[in-house]
Design a binder for this molecule. Structure first.
Ligand code: PGA
Length: 270
């Protein structure tokens, strides 16, 4: 796991955007796994800026989102369809037919989930998966106790997540209890994982993910078994890391050209 500690969330977002920029330029037909929530917003803003001002071209990419609430229409203000459309897709030149999100209104969630997995495989697998982390250590909506081998499926949210996400709804009772999420096993098959974590509320989950044992009690900790993970955390989210100074030292010691391209060769080998 490579841990990059940035002074602020803004600088973390810029750092993540530079990695994405390298990926999309090196592999114009890249398959990107995307995330929602507050965390990737700065990254998406910077990608939009790079598209509009620097010609960063998304016309060849394919996207798969991690998760969606069950029971919300795509047009619902808190749906992840709507979030992605408003915060990224409407502002870049991604081809609508290559955008994929779990369907929260699917009549048969199991059949939908199997199909979603098939589509990811048919697209050649995910090159780079963007991840946030829940206060309870979830990735996607894989809550604690999720199988570390799980695939796309229905999940029930924990109270911690319902509480954390109520800000997107009128009140806590409106937060759906169920979601469709890529599984931990699905995420682990991405060639590169880029996890962003900002703010003190994430400090304990980040510590458990990076330095705790690999355990389903913190699903993000399974990323320790993934060969190519970059964690970008701001100072607040990194505050509980015992080896923070070591991670800083490792990053500072890298040659400048390698700082944001460490894992790029993995995408081009195949
Ligand atoms: P947040 O959510 O980005 O809104 O903090 C992260 C997550 O739940 O994975």
């Amino acid at each position: 796991m490579e841990v990059i500690i940035t002074p602020s969330p803004e600088e973390g977002a810029l750092s993540a955007a530079r990695i994405l920029d390298h990926v999309v330029r090196a592999k114009p037909a890249a398959v990107l796994g995307l995330a929602t929530g507050s965390t990737p917003l700065g990254l998406y803003r910077e990608l939009i800026r790079r598209h509009k001002e620097e010609g960063l071209d998304f016309s060849g990419i394919t996207t798969f989102n991690l998760d969606e609430y069950v029971g919300l229409e795509a047009s619902h203000p808190a749906s992840y369809h709507r979030f992605m459309h408003e915060n990224l897709f409407a502002e870049i030149n991604v081809a609508p037919e290559r955008i994929h999100l779990p369907d929260g209104m699917a009549a048969d969630v199991n059949a939908f989930s199997r199909e979603y997995e098939k589509k990811i495989r048919a697209a050649g697998g995910i090159d780079l998966q963007i991840l946030g982390i829940g206060n309870d250590g979830h990735i996607g909506f894989n809550e604690p106790s999720s199988s570390l081998a799980s695939r796309t499926r229905l999940k029930t949210l924990t109270q911690v997540t319902i509480e954390a996400n109520k800000r997107f709804f009128n009140n806590i009772d409106e937060v759906p209890r169920h979601v469709i999420t890529m599984g931990v096993g699905t995420i682990m098959e991405a060639r590169i994982c880029l996890l962003l974590a900002f703010g003190e509320k994430k400090a304990e989950a980040v510590r458990a993910m990076v330095e705790g044992p690999v355990t389903a009690n913190c699903p993000a900790s399974v990323l320790q078994l993934h060969p190519r993970v970059v964690v970008i955390a701001d100072e607040a989210a990194a505050a509980s890391l015992a080896r923070a100074d070591y991670y800083r030292y490792v990053f500072a010691a890298k040659p400048e050209w390698q700082k944001e391209t460490t894992f790029l060769p993995a995408l081009l080998e195949e």
